[in-house]
Write a protein that binds this ligand. Structure first.
Ligand code: FES
Length: 307
């Protein structure tokens, strides 16, 4: 559910990037969060957009998000840039974390552009924990790269890699043979290249846009059993599991409806999901014990869900 928070500050973060600070209008504490978390901002038309929290997680009274203007986007970033003003109230849902930092002795953080935002609190956490870490931060040009001033305090653990000065990130050099936990966030082309280069089992990514998916495994209807009532719902190829379950009168929380935010995560009790989200890693997919019902489907003719 979304609470109304007040925009306490709105500042330029870099070319095309604004940084918002959101507070409780009554000065209250905000829900706790962990590095990698995002919140939903609710737009005037009721749709939502997800933005990573990039402030100080130990400050219980303020959330900070960075928003890149995306001219080819669906209008959310333009509204934040052009309409949303200091003092306004905005609906905020979450926080929610689908990009958790797992304990490790060594980390490699890879950021592309505004993908730096979830990595800022991760870097801070890794630093506090005394882990061996490195951040490589790529962007089109220095002027488009937010938070460079804050990152300067980490010295040579941070490598700034503006494309107009240094070219593309040297992913082969960075990733070949690494044994570090790799956390990457940025544009799809960067994340696809990181996935293709990183040794297996080490990578976590967060995507702002849904990853391209092939056709569903199954093009026939399947049955979803709602375990709490025993009701059976037929999901035809034309609708999502989320839509079919809702039509049967069972409410499931959702936000992005494209498999990126994690809001609609549902426990799978039996059956074999056809994962079509952009959240789970390979091991989580193989486990098959949860799915994102806004996009994921079934490989077989029956799925039993904890609904
Ligand atoms: S609603 Fe965002 S992943 Fe399903």
């Amino acid at each position: 559910m979304a609470d109304a928070l007040r925009v306490a500050a709105k500042e330029r973060g870099a070319d095309g990037v604004v940084v918002l600070v959101l507070v409780d209008p009554d000065g209250g504490r905000l829900p706790d969060w962990t590095p990698g978390s995002h919140v939903d901002l609710v737009l005037p038309d009721g749709s939502t957009r997800q933005y990573s929290l990039c402030g100080d997680r130990w400050d219980a009274h303020a959330y900070r998000v960075g928003v890149l203007r995306e001219p080819a986007g669906r209008g959310g970033s333009a509204w934040v840039h052009d309409e949303l003003a200091v003092g306004d109230l905005v609906g905020v849902g979450g926080p929610r974390n689908q990009f958790r930092l797992v304990p490790a002795p060594r980390y490699l953080f890879l950021a592309g552009g505004i993908g730096i935002t979830p990595l800022l609190p991760m870097v801070e956490a890794a630093h506090r924990l005394g882990a061996d870490w490195r951040l490589v931060y790529g962007g089109r040009a220095r002027s488009s790269m937010a938070f460079l001033d804050e990152l300067a305090r980490y010295g040579d653990r941070v490598t700034v890699w503006p494309q107009d000065e240094r070219g593309l990130l040297p992913l082969g050099d960075l990733l070949t043979g690494t044994d570090a936990r790799v956390y990457a966030c940025g544009p799809a082309a960067l994340l696809d290249a990181v996935e293709a280069t990183c040794p297996p089992g080490l990578l976590r990514t967060e995507r702002f846009a849904a990853k391209a998916q092939g056709a569903p495994v199954r093009d026939l209807p399947f049955t979803v059993v709602l375990d709490r009532t025993g009701a059976e719902v037929v999901v035809t190829p034309q609708v999502s599991v989320l839509e079919a379950v809702r039509a049967a009168g069972v409410e499931v929380l959702s936000s992005c409806r494209e498999g990126t935010c994690g809001t609609c995560e549902t426990t799978v009790l039996a059956g074999d999901p056809d994962h079509r989200d952009s959240v789970l890693d390979e091991a989580e997919r193989a486990a098959g014990d949860c799915m994102f019902v806004c996009v994921s489907r079934s490989r077989g003719d029956r799925l039993v869900l904890d609904l």
